[in-house]
Design a protein around this ligand. Structure first.
Ligand SMILES: *Cc1c(COP(=O)(O)O)cnc(C)c1O
Length: 502
């Protein structure tokens, strides 16, 4: 299977090349030229497999330049039982809210307690194997822009991995205290963490710019290095996310929630559009998904886009209690638009250029029509998010994080509006303890809130009786290693200096 750039169809690469490089030189994203087809017999055969078995099948269909042994090794190491606290790294939990069945897909049982682990535990394995095939002997420099969870998950995945260095940028006031502490205490000899004065979009724009500045790439090449990406613009990030939609469908069938062949809906709390795109890609492979429900917080640029076909980032930016979704430029939307425009690289490039120059573009009526048929967009604000956390806790004794609460809230809006009773899987993307303050305020509004993050964790644990994940509990006594803050327009010199090649 080969991959194209969304902005230049003539750029054709292998999967190893796409994963090593992260982003195409023209600034486009790599997309598979076609999708494997999973018919009912294929799904039937997957029902009997465990998560790793399902993962191996999906990986082998997309990474055709990897051997079966290589894929086995990547999957076995990444999803080892001890890393995800059990044999199924993506288990379903069943709740019932006001008569609506909620099938909650918990994606946060990995080492950093957010769904990013699902992809970032395997990406380093895929990347080191890809480098060997394409750029043997070079060191990959992983640049990461994070709204909080990607940074830690990438650091944890890449720490001390041979032939890699990783530099993470996060918005100085845009991540939760737990997220900041997780990143600043990171171990490893190949890791650097730096805050930037700006928001996530500034960090992401800065990283993309460094990637596509020829003089910087040349400097790296002279030093036997090359850039790669651990953001969801990297194909090696997106592919592992397809697996858990396939796996959750199998689990829904095995649990008797649906019959094989029946459709389900998915609800995804969305920021950069990677997670929900993975669900859409799964449906292109034949996974029976009826509706993609895209949930946003007050940064509701995607809600408006789905409803009007106009993407307009010229709007107020809000810092919310679901910070991993505080994003106005959703990078992976570009991949959806490429598919929906009939793989038209010129059209996509036109829209992306307009986004850069005017902060805005409008898609064609044909594209709008498909988006309308397949997607539902909704959003809720912080007060509604807290109300949903409180309701889930009171009525279901289930403690959910702020991002998951946004998804549940928007799902309720969807059902109210449409009356659709199709069984639905809701992606739960983080442990509530990553956002303890907001979650505690939601379930116990009159509790005094301590200044100390770990005191808040204790109180939340006491009130909710929900266990604190070990990786977060163990952070309590770790000492901070990183405290740099830089201007967003100085990221390039920061990177060169961190690599010792100014
Ligand atoms: C990254 C993240 C999201 C958004 O996912 P995208 O793939 O960027 O749309 C939602 N929730 C949490 C907890 C996250 O870390």
């Amino acid at each position: 299977m080969l991959y194209n750039s969304t902005q230049n169809a003539a750029e054709v690469v292998s999967s190893a090349q796409a994963i090593s490089q992260g982003i195409s030189k023209d600034g486009g994203l790599f997309v598979p030229q076609e999708f494997p087809e999973y018919d009912e017999a294929t799904l039937q055969s997957l029902l009997k497999k465990d998560y790793k078995g399902r993962a191996k099948k999906v990986f082998s269909d997309f990474l055709t330049d990897f051997t079966a042994e290589e894929i086995d090794e990547c999957v076995e190491k990444a999803y080892a039982t001890e890393k995800f606290g059990g044999n199924n790294p993506a288990p379903l939990t069943f709740c019932n809210l006001d008569g609506k069945e909620l099938n909650i897909l918990e994606l946060w049982h990995g080492p950093t307690c957010a769904f990013k682990d699902m992809a970032l535990q395997i990406l380093p394995h895929l990347l080191t194997k890809s480098l060997k095939k394409t750029y043997d002997g070079k060191t990959a420099v992983i640049l990461v822009a994070t709204s909080g969870d990607t940074g830690k998950a990438a650091l944890e995945g890449f720490k001390d991995v041979n032939n890699t260095k990783i530099i993470v940028f996060y918005p100085v006031d845009g991540v939760s205290p737990m997220q900041k502490h997780q990143m600043n205490t990171q171990d490893g000899n190949n890791v650097t963490v730096c805050a930037i004065k700006g928001n996530f979009d500034d960090a992401q724009t800065g990283v993309k710019k460094i990637f596509t500045t020829p003089s910087v790439s040349e400097k790296l090449a002279e030093n036997n290095m090359l850039f790669s990406s651990a953001n969801s613009i990297n194909w090696g990030r997106l592919l592992p996310q397809i697996v858990y939609y396939v796996s959750s469908y199998c689990d829904m069938v095995n649990e008797g929630k649906i019959e094989l062949g029946d459709k389900m809906n998915v609800v995804v709390p969305t920021g950069n559009f990677g997670n929900i795109l993975a669900a859409y890609y799964a449906s292109l492979m034949g996974l029976p998904i009826a509706k993609f429900i895209c949930a946003s917080n007050s940064n509701n640029v995607l809600t408006d886009f789905i409803n009007t076909g106009v993407y307009d980032k010229n709007r107020q930016f809000y810092t919310t209690i679901s910070p991993s979704m505080d994003i106005l430029v959703s990078s992976n939307l570009e991949r959806l638009l490429y598919k929906l425009s009939g793989n038209n690289d010129k059209t996509v490039k036109g829209w992306m250029d307009a986004l850069k120059s005017e902060g805005k573009y409008e898609v064609s009526d044909e594209v709008k029509a498909v988006i309308n048929e397949k997607f539902f967009g909704g959003y809720c604000d912080d007060a509604q998010t807290k109300a949903t956390i409180s309701k889930m806790f009171k009525e279901q004794n289930y403690l959910c994080d702020t991002h998951t609460a946004v998804a549940i809230n928007v799902y309720e809006q969807y059902v109210e509006k449409t009356g659709d009773t199709t069984p639905t899987v809701i992606a739960s993307t983080a442990s509530p303890y990553k956002f303890s303050k907001a979650v505690l305020e939601a379930i116990a509004p009159n509790t005094e809130i301590s200044q100390d993050e770990f005191d808040i964790v204790d109180v939340l644990n006491d009130i909710s009786k929900t266990p604190v994940p070990a990786p977060l509990a163990n952070l309590r006594n770790k000492v901070s290693r990183f405290s740099d803050v830089t201007e967003s327009n100085e990221m390039e010199s920061y990177v060169l200096s961190a690599l010792g090649i100014e």
